[in-house]
Ligand binder design. Sequence first.
Ligand SMILES: [Zn+2]
Length: 112
Amino acid sequence: MSTLALGSLIPWLAVLSVEALQMCDGAIELHVSSRQPTAACPVCAQPSAAVHSHYVRRLADLPWAGIPVVIHLAVRKLFCRNTACPRRIFAERLPQLTAPYRRQTLRLWEPV
Ligand SMILES: [Zn+2]
């Protein structure tokens, strides 16, 4: 299968890397992280590559052959270096995969 075909099946592969895939407690777990060199501040839109820290979000995704899928997303927190911006630290947004505070992927709660 070509990367192009896989990318059309899983659109977020363009911005995320799959670090690990495993079965755990009857579910498929994918550990993914951003492959984007920078992320835009949600307040001022200035890109930043200055990583402050990481945290992991757990997102339910569409099942594979009836098996539940859980995505462990390593989210970067970055510094906003724009001195005119009121936001000092922000979490990277990944609209291709999910929305802030959601516990599901976009395609699970809004299937196309
Ligand atoms: Zn900013």
